[in-house]
Design a binder for this molecule. Structure first.
Ligand SMILES: *Cc1c(COP(=O)(O)O)cnc(C)c1O
Length: 476
């Protein structure tokens, strides 16, 4: 230290310039114009505090006190603060509807509609025919009824809210009969028994985990029963010695006792997916036709729209639900409705659905379309990762995700990255995964079987150039 001091390189506290002088320096102009005085002053204070600490420790260098150096540090700190926390990422996990990555991507028509709703007043609750007050549900209930065959429809914030609202409106302080095999937990805190309790309804479990019979439902019905409810086994499959009672049978049992039958369909697809080469999933229309009095489902799963919870079914039940005060608490905003309406409209032209509905386009993307992409990007990724990693273009399977069809897999193609250097591969793959997550547009893959898997199903042609560009320089 003494050496430095004698060379005059180390700075003392008294050498630190005053905040005002730095603030008025030319080098600070750009930050002031971008971030405003309030933020710049705060950032400068933090920088000067740190400089003071370092001066006291004897480790502060004179060149760090140049106005240009201070301005550069301040600008960097402010830029970091200004970075959005919600960022675009590349979803190469192989799960198309990835709950942690925001589920469905909206088609262009929905994006344009949201933009309009964001920037101009809209008839959210204003009847353009009469000039009187309107109901925001009117914007989408016709198309929902048309697409599902239901008499009436309403929409809330998400499907968990739809289930909560339905139970509270129709079964408060009464009993709801559900098969033990359907008491699902949908990740996080959504468990049917918990929602039931919060809704004020009493759960009556029938059958066993693997087998439930019609007689089980029948004997559970009593004077306090409000409804029979079925829940879609979204994220697991019960296989082997199993028996469940279908919607039509549960509905017949309920109707014979004057009770409604309700179904939480979870994903709730509006079209027969087998026409697109995807696995069979009961549609909302089929569920209604089978006798369900009320069906709830998500807007951002297979439907391919914004986060929302849709309730469709008998007009008298929907009326009751809409009168419940929770409906007001759980209602959707105009952005949701702006996004939902064009998505529902796309279903009126099923011929174009696989092309225009982003979710369906990704789910139906053929392996032969993904393979050349994997082969094109293999070299880029290999170059970016360096000699210690082997990158192969290989076939793999994608999943639909978000609880839809948990056991079905979609043939896809992507890159398998293996560590070939010395040391344990696991640690190096973890490090690589972290590096990819720290890219300007983070790349999210999946680690398994001593490899990092990058499924390219969700990397569409329009993303390819930007994806390759951020891997143009070696990462390691
Ligand atoms: C996904 C799902 C839910 C929760 O839906 P959100 O829209 O995420 O609130 C509820 N029930 C079932 C059966 C589901 O699959």
């Amino acid at each position: 230290m003494a050496d430095h001091r004698s060379e005059g390189v180390v700075a003392a506290v008294s050498d630190i310039p005053a905040l005002d002088r730095l603030l008025n320096a030319d080098a600070m102009r750009a930050s002031l114009d971008t971030y405003g005085r309030t933020q710049v002053v705060a950032a400068l204070r933090r920088d000067l505090d740190a400089l003071r600490q370092r001066a006291l420790a004897g480790s502060l260098m004179r060149h760090e006190l140049d106005a240009a150096a201070v301005a550069a540090r301040t600008a960097a700190a402010l830029a970091k603060t200004a970075e959005p926390r919600l960022r675009a990422v590349y979803n190469l996990t192989g799960t198309v509807l990835h709950t942690n990555l925001g589920r469905a991507l909206l088609p262009d028509a929905a994006v344009a509609s949201v933009l309009r709703a964001l920037t101009s007043p809209a008839n959210l609750e204003f009847d353009l025919d009469t000039g009187g007050r309107g109901d925001r549900d009117d914007l989408i209930d016709d198309v929902l009824c048309e697409l599902t065959g239901a008499e009436a429809a309403t929409v809330v914030n998400n499907n968990a809210a739809a289930v909560l609202l339905m139970l509270n409106a129709l079964a408060d302080r009464r009993e709801v009969v559900v098969s033990r095999g359907e008491l699902v937990e949908i990740g996080g805190a959504f468990r049917i028994p918990d929602i039931m309790k919060r809704a004020g309804a009493k759960l009556v479990e029938v059958g066993t985990t693997n087998r439930t019979h019609a007689a089980d439902y029948e004997s559970a019905i009593g004077p306090r029963t409000a409804m029979l409810m079925k829940v879609h086994c979204s994220n697991y499959a019960v296989t082997g010695f199993t028996k469940s009672v279908g919607v039509s049978e549960v509905a017949a049992l309920a109707h014979a006792r004057g009770l409604p039958a309700t179904v939480d369909l979870g994903s709730g697809t509006l079209v027969d997916l087998t026409q697109f080469g995807l696995p069979k999933e009961d549609t909302v229309r089929e569920t209604i036709a089978a006798g369900a009095d009320l069906v709830t489902f998500s807007g951002d799963k297979l439907l391919g729209g914004p986060q929302a919870g849709l309730l469709v079914g008998r007009a008298d039940l929907i009326r009751k639900i809409k009168k419940n005060p929770l409906k007001r608490a759980l209602r959707v905003g105009k952005l949701t409705l702006a996004a939902l309406e064009p998505v529902l409209n796309l279903y009126r032209a099923p011929e174009f659905l696989a092309e225009r509905l982003t979710t369906l386009r990704l789910l139906t993307r053929p392996q032969r379309d993904i393979q050349p992409l994997a082969e094109r990007l293999r070299g880029t990724v290999a170059h970016a990762l360096g000699a210690n990693y082997a990158v192969q273009a290989v076939p793999m399977f994608s999943q639909i995700g978000s609880g839809a069809l948990p056991v079905d897999q979609l043939p896809s193609f992507g890159l398998a990255v293996r560590y070939t250097g010395s040391g344990r591969p696991g640690r190096h793959l973890d490090k690589l995964e972290t590096m990819l997550r720290r890219l300007p547009t983070p790349v999210i893959g999946r680690i398994g079987d001593d490899a990092l898997w990058l499924d390219l199903r969700c990397l569409e042609a329009r993303d390819e150039a930007a994806f390759a560009a951020q891997l143009a320089e070696p990462l390691t």
